[in-house]
Design a protein around this ligand. Structure first.
Ligand code: B3K
Ligand code: ZN
Length: 863
């Protein structure tokens, strides 16, 4: 925590200041005497002076005090070492020494969930980015790679399972019911990948034989009752291992691979070498408690963490400014994995929706930063949608430009050249240039410039010549007033309006300048433009296409993403027009939805995505000044017309998607999704039987997707069934934390007029707690993305969120800081709301004892 003085100016870390480490630590031995109240950590570091200098050994530390410092077997007096802002400074005479320290930790008092902490009776660790320094004194930076040997000792009854990185090398019994285990990880790794877990866990065991014949023992460790919910994660793990061999030629490299699920976790999961630690919501899944979206998320996160074994662990990051090197690339890899497992089109739609919901606003706001930032105060604040999701889009663009074979040559070269190293984004680009044969000179700007490029595409036709005029613009972002043109790979195709057939092949137009014209000759009929197909570049595109062009593409485009996009654009244009005061013409949207519902060639999952209206937040992103009430009114009006205008179709779709028994397959998932979407439309029509229909689905569902789908529909309405269903859901799942999170978030996301009051009441509910990050996100996180509820004109939503942030900051700064960005969007709103949002931010900044995490986010948001 910051004291009152330093709160004004916490120090800024700059990328340009990077210097290689003064000391290296090739070997480390850690000896843990574990206990929830008091754990002792003894560390033995073999240190080596790096280069010709006289600087002392400086070991990072955070909230720890040395009980002992010993160099080459000699205990040092207090005058032979010093503490400098938490760091242990030891002048050393030679170039190699053995440095030993001891510290005491209190895991049960560690509410930050960084370092060694207790969660539901378990002891576990989280080190990325800078948690290792809360466990022991160490040069806690990713370019110091060490071989770890870890010994743990604990009470056998309370902590029968003792896990760490690498392979197990020994176990034994001790006096007084205690026992020990030792692990060794042969792969040098940075400290952020260290992990241990101690606790009473059961294991789901399996094995995987790699393509070179290595048998790997797999284990998913959970609390006993959760064991039946681990099969889906295990299947996903094996599929990921096989996929990385097939697609990237990457094989697993240890004899064991363990995953542990914990209930209290600051984010999704962590890729510690050989010992992934997961937020339980990304491991546990069974039909009764997990939705299809949860199943998909489990598989996606299991894959993501597994893929880090190469993109992150074998090749790690030189410094934290390079974070997107591992995260952008690994997100790209997990996206492709998930696309290969099910419907690639729907996966792309989901990924783009996520990018637009989370990353585009970030790029357009006060916290905008390039995928390789230039400075930070607290690195935890940079685990953002920009680093992760835009970072993945940047890798995807390279893959689009290179094509699959050349892209693979680039990644092969990258892995081969940098195996065992701490690399930079430039290293990746250089390997891609050489391996894939791409010139990425100008493309590097994607790593330097923040902001979402805006492309204006104007199609004109004279006789048989079609000209596509392209212009790109990149708005100023904090610290970057002037921008240079970006490289934008745009997949483009023309369609014949008369026949519905494509006019020629798809072209990859790689735009490199501010303005450019592409000419298509010999075009016999009127052409309709399909552009940025597959969302080949992470940009916004404005075109001169008419509503009828968009309706045409929504029916004829052969690229599923472009087809979806045309429909969304049509809906968006209709809504934005209505909000601007025009008389809305809903007919083209209704006709396009009717067509889509009637097309037998489309799979149901795609149809469900295509017929959904853009979210209120997304509509707001397309307005000069966001007016949450007008957006809500216009969207609800269109929703009702779509509902009543197509009532027969919704009823038919609902009946057609009626499932008999739960099955987890792409087809069954698609049917459930479309069924819930249809139910939503039926309900909004005010059909007299709508609530009963939803309640019937709620009561008879044999799976959580249908149950929660019905609950969500009821929660948006005013029926008597709403409270009955919420009550029944609570009673049934009150002991299951992950499902109870859904109960909170469903209410926080409700479109009802009184959602803010409900959320405030729920924050006083006996089951609400700031101690569990999932619960906080379920209520406060969900509420903050519910545009209308959060942005009530009186500012009570802002005050509520600020209260939560301030209270949470005292115990868990990292999770508190992640709640700040919605308040930072004040420039997008009218004066009244903007002033109230700023007031809430100012109150946060003025709070005495604020963490640097929250300080950075809130103070930057005010600018
Ligand atoms: N690398 C971790 C994220 C760590 C977040 C630290 N604040 C999980 C992941 O991206 O795979
Ligand atoms: Zn990751």
């Amino acid at each position: 925590m910051l004291d009152a003085l330093s709160a004004a100016a916490p120090s800024v870390i700059r990328r340009q200041d990077y210097r290689p480490p003064d000391w290296l630590v090739p070997e480390i031995e850690l000896d843990f005497t574990l206990d929830g109240v008091k754990s002792r950590v003894r560390a033995v570091l073999q240190v080596e002076r790096n280069g010709d200098h006289r600087r002392p050994l400086t070991l990072d530390g955070d909230d720890i005090t040395p009980e002992l410092v010993r160099v080459d077997g000699v205990t040092l007096g207090g005058d032979a070492w010093s503490l400098d802002d938490g760091r242990l400074v030891v002048p050393l005479p030679g170039s190699q020494h053995r440095v030993e320290t001891e510290v005491l930790l209190s895991p049960e008092l560690n509410t930050q969930l960084m370092g060694l902490y207790a969660s539901g009776g378990l002891l576990c660790t989280q080190c990325e980015a800078e948690g290792f320094r809360r466990i022991t004194f160490f040069p806690d930076r990713p370019d110091v790679l060490s071989r770890y040997t870890v010994r743990m000792e604990a009470d056998r009854a309370r902590y029968p399972v003792l896990l760490s990185n690498g392979d197990p090398v020994g176990t034994g019994e001790l006096a007084d019911g205690r026992h020990w285990a030792q692990w060794h990880d042969p792969y040098p790794k940075p400290s952020y990948l260290f992990a241990l877990v101690a606790g009473d866990l059961e294991v789901n065991r399996s094995e995987f034989t790699t393509r070179s014949g290595r048998v790997v023992e797999l284990g998913i460790w959970v609390r006993k009752d959760d064991l039946p919910k681990t099969d889906h994660a295990m299947a996903a793990l094996k599929a990921s291992m096989a996929w990385d061999e097939q697609v990237y030629g990457r094989e697993y490299d240890l004899d064991v691979f363990n995953i542990v699920a914990v209930s209290d976790f600051n984010f999704g999961a962590m890729e510690n070498k050989g010992l992934n630690i997961f937020n339980s919501r990304y491991i546990l899944a069974d039909p009764d408690t997990a939705t299809d979206a949860d199943y998909d998320a489990v598989a996606g996160v299991v894959a993501h963490e597994y893929f880090h074994n190469w993109s992150g662990n074998r090749v790690t990051c030189r410094d934290w400014f390079q974070l997107s090197l591992k995260e952008g690339f690994t997100v790209y890899r997990d996206q492709c994995f998930s696309a290969d497992q099910g419907s690639a089109a729907v996966k792309r739609i989901e990924d783009v929706r996520m990018l637009r919901a989370a990353q585009f606003p970030e790029d357009a706001g006060p916290l905008a930063h390039p995928i390789r930032p230039d400075s930070y105060i607290e690195i935890s604040n940079f685990y953002t949608a920009t680093i992760y999701n835009k970072g993945a889009e940047v890798i995807r663009m390279m893959a689009v430009m290179a094509g699959p074979e050349r892209f693979r040559r680039g990644t092969d070269l990258y892995f081969e050249r940098h195996d065992g190293q701490a690399a930079t984004c430039d290293d990746f680009i250089a390997a891609m240039e050489e391996g894939a044969g791409l010139d990425l000179g100008q493309f590097r700007r994607w790593y330097e410039q923040a902001g979402t490029p805006r492309v204006t595409a104007t199609l004109t036709q004279k006789g048989s010549t079609v000209s596509l005029r392209l212009e790109q613009q990149l708005a100023a972002t904090p610290g970057q007033p002037d921008k240079q043109p970006m490289v934008l790979p745009l997949r483009v195709r023309l369609f014949n309006e008369r026949s519905g057939e494509p006019l020629g092949e798809e072209r990859l137009v790689v735009m490199t300048v501010a303005e450019q014209t592409v000419v298509f000759e010999n075009v016999a009929d009127r052409a309709v433009l399909s552009i940025n197909r597959g969302f080949s570049a992470p940009v916004t595109v404005e075109t001169n296409r008419t509503p009828s062009d968009l309706a045409f593409l929504s029916a004829h485009d052969d690229d599923p993403f472009a087809r979806y996009e045309a429909m969304q654009q049509l809906m968006l244009d209709t809504l934005v027009g209505a909000i601007a005061g025009g008389t809305p013409d809903h007919a083209p949207v209704i006709a396009a939805i009717r067509n889509t519902l009637a097309d037998p060639a489309l799979d149901k999952a795609f149809v469900a995505e295509a017929v959904l209206l853009p979210s209120e937040g997304f509509i707001g992103d397309h307005m000069l000044v966001v007016d949450p009430d007008a957006i809500h009114a216009a969207r609800e009006a269109l929703r009702r017309e779509i509902a009543t205008g197509l009532m027969a179709e919704w009823r038919a779709a609902y009946a057609d998607c009626q499932a008999n028994r739960f099955e987890y397959s792409s087809k069954a998932k698609g049917a459930r999704r479309l069924r819930s979407v249809a139910l939503g439309y039926i309900a909004v029509s005010d059909a007299p039987d709508a609530a009963a229909l939803a309640f019937g689905q709620f009561e008879t569902a044999d799976n959580m997707t249908d149950r929660q789908g019905a609950l969500g529909t009821l929660a948006n309405g005013d029926s008597a069934e709403r409270l009955t269903a919420l009550g029944a859901f609570y009673d049934r799942y009150r002991d299951n934390a992950l499902v109870l999170d859904k109960w909170f978030s469903t209410q926080a996301l409700s479109l009802r007029d009184d959602t803010l009051d409900q959320v405030i009441a729920l924050s006083k509910h006996a089951d609400f707690t700031l101690a569990n990050p999932n619960r906080v996100r379920a209520l406060a996180g969900a509420f903050a993305v519910n545009q209308r509820a959060f942005h009530t004109e009186d500012g009570r939503g802002y005050a509520f969120l600020a209260d939560i942030i301030v209270a949470l900051d005292r115990i868990n700064p990292q999770t508190a800081a992640r709640l700040v960005p919605p308040l930072g969007r004040w420039r997008r709103f009218g004066e009244g709301r903007a002033a109230l949002m700023r007031q809430a931010l100012q109150r946060i900044v003025d709070t005495p004892g604020l963490s640097k995490d929250v300080y950075e986010q809130a103070s930057k948001s005010l600018v």
